[in-house]
Ligand binder design. Structure first.
Ligand code: MN
Length: 231
């Protein structure tokens, strides 16, 4: 069956040691999953349960690109995050089942129109304009879970123009990877192609056109993004 107009290409992420790429189905993101970041955003930590927002898969872009400064904002922020890519189905799964679904880990940037996010938050409207931004989900090539090992005290960091802005460790995640997947699987039939951004540590801040972002997590391919002029 033909389509009335060209269907969009599926966005993909490359995987270390694989010729085939990982096609993205959905992108789920955890909010306020490091205590010090929750604090800098003016919130107490919720240790009871994680919460989520989503980004369209079509907003995914690979590391190393230049993305234009997006429209409608004067406060575009970086958020450095551990991305988890699922490789098996899970629905209403426990921690043990959740852990077994992890296919790979990678570095990701959750770029955010902070002014729009905060404005909508303050008037109890959805975050979409702040978070569901074209080109705002940046991914580095992923490393298979078995090659990465356990999520433990690995450093997670981000620099803008060579200056350190974020510097934390993965053991400070409030809701760890199995907890996040298990919880989310209570609401969605998760499976291969579903990617979860696990939240950012403290130190988020603005970028302007010309800025060069670099980030990394011990044991994973680093990530970079250059901010171009507004269109
Ligand atoms: Mn985030």
């Amino acid at each position: 069956m033909s389509t009335l107009f060209p269907a969009p290409d599926v966005r993909t992420i490359s995987v270390r040691g694989e010729d085939a790429t990982y096609p993205i189905h959905r992108i789920f993101c955890v909010g306020r999953n490091y205590a010090a970041h929750a604090e800098e955003m003016g919130y107490e930590v919720d240790r009871e349960a994680p919460f989520f927002f989503t980004k369209a898969a079509l907003h995914a872009v690979p590391t190393g690109t230049t993305q234009p400064y997006p429209p409608g904002t004067e406060n575009y922020h970086f958020e450095m995050e551990l991305a988890v890519a699922l490789g098996a189905p899970i629905f209403r799964g426990d921690r043990e089942a959740a852990e077994a679904t992890v296919y790979a880990y990678g570095c990701a940037l959750d770029m955010t129109r902070r002014d729009l996010q905060v404005n909508s938050r303050n008037v109890k409207r959805p975050w979409d304009f702040g978070k569901d931004v074209e080109g705002s989900a940046v991914f580095s090539p992923m490393t298979k879970a078995g090659d990465f090992g356990a999520v433990a005290g690995q450093c997670i960091w981000l620099k803008v123009n060579g200056e350190t802005k974020q510097d934390s460790t993965l053991d400070l995640l409030i809701h760890d990877v199995p907890a996040v997947i298990s919880y989310l699987s209570g609401y969605y039939h998760l499976g291969p192609g579903d990617v979860i951004l696990t939240g950012t540590p403290e130190g988020v801040g603005p970028v302007v056109a010309g800025d060069r972002i670099k980030g990394g997590i011990d044991g994973l391919d680093p990530i970079s993004l250059t901010i171009g002029p507004a269109e």
